[in-house]
Structure formats: structure tokens, C-alpha cells
Design a binder for this molecule. Structure first.
Ligand code: GLC
Ligand code: CA
Length: 556
């Protein structure tokens, strides 16, 4: 296993629209990010991942790109970007961009040409099919955001494929010209000095030959077997690596949609020369049974233990994974996995203790470092996310749930939870902007905000700083051999990690009650590296944990 900068690094994900608004138009921007680089550095971050900043009509907030080599005017100019890159590097951090290569925007010049006629030279940049015999879509594929994945085009009388919204037509990767276009866009940014890419839904680029109907199984299974992992995906990722990534000191972080432990190695085993790191979804999706806005299962610690174990085993010594508990596509981590009320501080810190002591690269999503929570939107007019809006609209047609329940589900699971503006202070709009922001600021910004937490040594923010520093100083946090203790304990997560001379033990209490743990050695003398409480009750070999207490002991 090669030790490289991106494995040990901690990634901080920025959703630019919601991060910081420098010119007070209600929309976060690149200069707003520059203003906060010292703040990010103060968290001991190594790599910044920016969600898309390219020109886009914003049907899916930048994940629908209309020009891969330009900056969205709302976010600023190319000069702003160049400055951001320079200032990031100056502080010893790296910057990666979000490469959305599976689809572009229907307002991209390629698609505007392609839909003109069947003979247009850009026609074959996309997936076009004749209607089925009854005039309907060519097969039963569903969009990830609801409804058919096919949209009829009146002009040429054919359907085009869009696995996401109808304004996100899928690119045809079988066409070598398409691949060259994407590689050129990558080269454009890499030549500027960016350090790599997070690759949006990359396992979807290769489509099943003949576009066969999906079987009647759960959506997750359909993704694995029908939409993702197509026949040519590895050929093209290999080509991308050879022609582009390998020529630079850059890395690729694969969004692992549809990847499971049995095929992960095909994407990220080092000797296969495809992608560098797999961002798996298992933690993020652990309470989602099939798809969003469907059945939700309760949080289960044993399941979490299995997930981490499964991934350690799957890629042990050959590939690399990234772990995340929050991002721009899911509700807030503290609201989902912790207790965002009584044990708010304790559970936030305990979850972070778990995340930062796991093997793999750690991803932190903006705002989680101050424990930002879900928001309750009062009406559908306040909802901005296209996935939630599509769900709501579809539901109006089917009447499966009442309107009230549909909104409740959106408030519980919707992506806007993670996209509310970052709460910098208790001032108007949380200090994000003077102007009314594009999405409501969480009213709890009056208490939960960066400014308050800066001055409080016991804040979540300062805890993140502390533990990330410890992680940086101790390789065992990232690379250590893992030994589970009491695997079947449903309340405590306990493990030892060893790397050379370094030996730590992590003990985490996932309950709002005290927890007890007996170890086979005397623990009285051990040194406590990290603790989310002031003290720890140890009596010889017996430890008593407070509600949501989490500690890292130095056994070395
Ligand atoms: C990824 C992104 C998500 C986006 C989708 C389509 O899952 O994380 O935000 O909507 O791809 O590009
Ligand atoms: Ca702005």
C-alpha cells in the first residue's frame, strides 16, 4: 500500500452556493470562499472539494453543466478562480473540482446542436431511441429523481436518456469524441494546477447494450445491475487514467453510486490504474432501505460496524476508500445519527470521534464542523431542491401521501437540509449575506454559528480542530490495523488500532444512557488522547461512559 498525500488528507466539501456570499446577492461565491480559506485551514484540512462551479442553468445547482471550461457568473470570474487556487495552495492545501461527466445540461451547446436533427454531428453525443410501439418511452428506466428516464423530443420524434432531470441528458461515452471532450476539459483545469476531481456518478457512464428493461426489484439493486457498472466502464476509466490523470500529480475520488464490496476493487485497486479512491455511500444510506422518500429504517450501530468492517476487508491493502457521514445530498448528520437536542454537543463530538478514527480518507461537509442541523421548511414554496420538488409533484399525481406528509418527508430526508447557508454568526441571515439568501437560513443560527463556537473552547468546532490535529499527528488513526472488541454490543463501538509502536483504543457510547465496558487489562494508567467529556470514569479495568461519550485512549 503506497502512502500518498490524498490518503492521509482530510477533505472539506464546499457547496459554493451556500458557503459564503461576498457581494451580497444572496448566493455564495468564489470570493466568499477565498475570504474563509484561513478558517478552513484552521480546521487542519488538507484538500478542498468544490461542488460544481461551472456555467450552468442550475436545474440541479451546477450538476447540469453548460460549459465545462467556464465559471458560473453567479460564482464569479476565472480570475477569481485562479486566485482561489493560488491562495489555497499558498496555505498548503489542495483543491479538487467536481467533474460531472455522465451528463451535461440540455443548454450545453452539444445538446442544443444534437436535438436539431438526426444528422447533426453532435447527435451521437447523447443516447437517442425511437419510441416504443405504443409511442411511450423505449424502456422502463426511471430517473433517479422520479419519473421516466426518457424525454420525448418533438422535433426529431425520438427520446433521449436522462438518468437525472430532463435537463441533464446523459452523454454517450461510447463516442470517442465525447470522451476526448471530457478529457480536454479535465486537462484544462489540471493545467491550471487543480489537484484532481471528485467524479460525479462515474459508475453510470457506460450504458447496458440494447437498453434492456430493468427487472422489478428495488431501486438500489436496479442501480447496481442496470444503471451502474456497465460493460465498458473500466475500459474508459482506464483510458482516462492513462491519458489524463496519470500525467499529473492529481487524484480522483469516485462517487460510488452502484458500487458494492464485490466490485469496488475493479474501480480502485491500485494496480488497475483507474480511480484512486472510492467514496462509498453505505453510511449515508444506512437508514434508506431502497430509495429516498420511501421506507426508512431506524439507525442501528451494529449495521454501522458491519459497514466499516466490510469496506476495510474489501479494499484491504489494494485500494482506498473515503468515509463520509454528510454531504450535499443527504439530511444533516447530527439530525440523522446523533441527538440534535439534549445531547447535541456530546453526540456531535462522539460521531466525529468515530469518523476520524476509521481507516480511509475523511470527508467533512461544510457546516458539520459546527453541528448544523436539519431545517423545517414551512411550505413547498420554500423548498429549492429539484429532487424534493420532483418527488412532491409526482406525489400530487399519485396521491400516495398527503401533501402534509410529503412535506414532512422532504423535511426529514430532503437535500435542502444540507444546503441551507453556512451559519457564520448570529447576525442577519447568519452572516452569510445581507441579502435574502436563495434558500432559507436555519433559524437556529442565532445559537449555532461559527462566531459563538470560535470563542468557546468546548464547542464542536474546537473539538473538530483538536481531533483533526491528533489524526494528523498519528498515522495509526488512518492506517492502523483494526481489531473489534465486543462486536455484537448494540450500544458501544469499541476497537483497537495498531501501527508499529502506535496503539490506540476507541470507545464510543451510542446511547443516551451510561455504558459500561470491562477490558482484560488495567486501564488506570492510560493516557487519554481525545475525550468529548471532561473526565472518564476508570476503575482498574472497568470503564463507565457517560451518554454519548467517546474517547480515544493511547495504549502505546
Ligand atoms: C450526484 C450529486 C448530486 C447530483 C447528481 C446528478 O449524486 O452528488 O448532487 O444531483 O449526482 O449530477
Ligand atoms: Ca454572491
Amino acid at each position: 500500500m503506497k502512502l500518498t498525500w490524498f490518503k492521509k488528507g482530510t477533505i472539506y466539501q464546499i457547496y459554493p452556493r451556500s458557503f459564503n456570499d461576498s457581494n451580497n446577492d444572496g448566493i455564495g461565491d468564489i470570493r466568499g470562499i477565498i475570504e474563509k480559506l484561513d478558517y478552513i485551514k484552521s480546521l487542519h484540512i488538507d484538500i478542498i472539494w468544490l461542488s460544481p462551479i461551472f456555467s450552468s442553468p442550475n436545474d440541479d445547482n451546477g450538476y447540469d453543466i453548460s460549459d465545462y471550461c467556464s465559471i458560473m457568473p453567479e460564482f464569479g470570474t476565472m480570475e477569481d478562480f485562479d486566485e482561489l487556487l493560488k491562495e489555497t495552495h499558498k496555505r498548503g492545501m489542495r483543491l479538487i473540482l467536481d467533474l460531472v461527466a455522465n451528463h451535461c445540461s440540455d443548454e450545453h451547446n452539444w445538446f442544443e446542436e444534437a436535438k436539431k436533427s438526426k444528422e447533426n454531428p453532435y447527435r451521437d453525443y447523447f443516447h437517442w431511441r425511437k419510441p416504443a410501439a405504443d409511442g411511450g418511452p423505449p424502456n422502463n428506466w426511471m430517473s433517479f429523481f422520479g419519473g421516466s428516464a426518457w424525454e420525448f423530443d418533438e422535433v426529431t420524434g425520438e427520446y433521449y436518456l436522462h438518468l437525472f432531470t430532463r435537463k441533464q441528458p446523459d452523454l454517450n461515452w461510447e463516442n470517442p469524441k465525447v470522451r476526448e471532450e471530457i478529457y480536454n476539459a479535465m486537462r484544462f483545469w489540471l493545467d491550471k494546477g487543480v489537484d484532481g476531481f471528485r467524479m460525479d456518478v462515474i459508475p453510470l457512464i457506460s450504458k447496458r447494450i440494447g437498453y434492456p428493461d430493468a427487472p422489478n426489484v428495488g431501486f438500489r439493486k436496479i442501480i447496481e445491475d442496470v444503471y451502474a457498472n456497465g460493460p465498458t466502464v473500466h475500459k474508459y476509466l482506464n483510458e482516462m487514467n492513462e491519458k489524463v490523470i496519470s500525467k499529473y500529480d492529481a487524484f480522483s475520488l469516485a462517487e460510488g453510486v452502484g458500487i458494492n464490496e464485490s466490485n469496488a476493487g475493479l474501480y480502485v485497486d491500485e494496480d488497475r490504474k483507474e480511480l484512486d479512491m472510492l467514496y462509498h455511500f453505505d453510511i449515508l444510506e444506512c437508514t434508506i432501505v431502497n430509495g429516498k422518500f420511501e421506507e426508512v429504517s431506524p439507525f442501528d450501530l451494529i449495521q454501522i460496524k458491519h459497514i466499516f468492517k466490510k469496506w476495510r476487508d474489501a479494499i484491504h491493502g489494494t485500494g482506498w476508500i473515503a468515509n463520509a457521514m454528510g454531504n450535499h445530498d443527504f439530511a444533516r448528520m447530527i439530525s440523522r445519527f446523533g441527538d440534535d437536542k439534549k445531547y447535541y454537543l456530546e453526540s456531535s463530538k462522539m460521531l466525529m470521534t468515530m469518523m476520524s478514527t476509521q481507516n480511509g480518507t475523511l470527508n467533512i461537509y461544510q457546516g458539520d464542523e459546527i453541528g448544523m442541523t436539519n431545517i423545517t421548511l414551512q411550505s413547498i414554496d420554500e423548498v429549492r431542491d429539484i429532487q424534493s420538488l420532483n418527488f412532491y409533484k409526482e406525489n400530487l399525481k399519485t396521491n400516495k401521501y398527503s401533501k402534509e406528509l410529503a412535506l414532512e418527508m422532504i423535511n426529514k430526508e430532503g437535500r435542502d437540509n444540507a444546503r441551507t447557508p453556512v451559519q457564520w454568526s448570529d447576525e442577519i441571515n447568519g452572516g452569510f449575506s445581507i441579502q435574502e439568501p436563495w434558500l432559507k437560513v436555519n433559524p437556529n443560527h442565532t445559537t449555532i454559528n461559527v462566531k459563538n463556537q470560535e470563542n468557546d473552547p468546548d464547542s464542536i468546532l474546537n473539538f473538530y480542530r483538536q481531533i483533526l490535529k491528533v489524526r494528523k499527528d498519528h498515522d495509526v488513526f488512518v492506517y492502523g490495523d483494526f481489531e473489534e472488541i465486543e462486536f455484537n454490543n448494540p450500544s458501544l463501538y469499541i476497537y483497537k488500532k495498531t501501527l508499529g509502536e502506535e496503539k490506540i483504543m476507541v470507545i464510543l457510547n451510542f446511547e443516551s444512557l451510561k455504558g459500561h465496558f470491562e477490558y482484560n487489562e488495567n486501564l488506570n494508567e492510560v493516557n487519554i488522547l481525545v475525550n468529548n467529556y471532561k473526565g472518564l470514569e476508570i476503575e482498574n479495568n472497568r470503564i463507565t461512559l457517560e451518554p454519548y461519550q467517546g474517547v480515544v485512549l493511547d495504549l502505546g
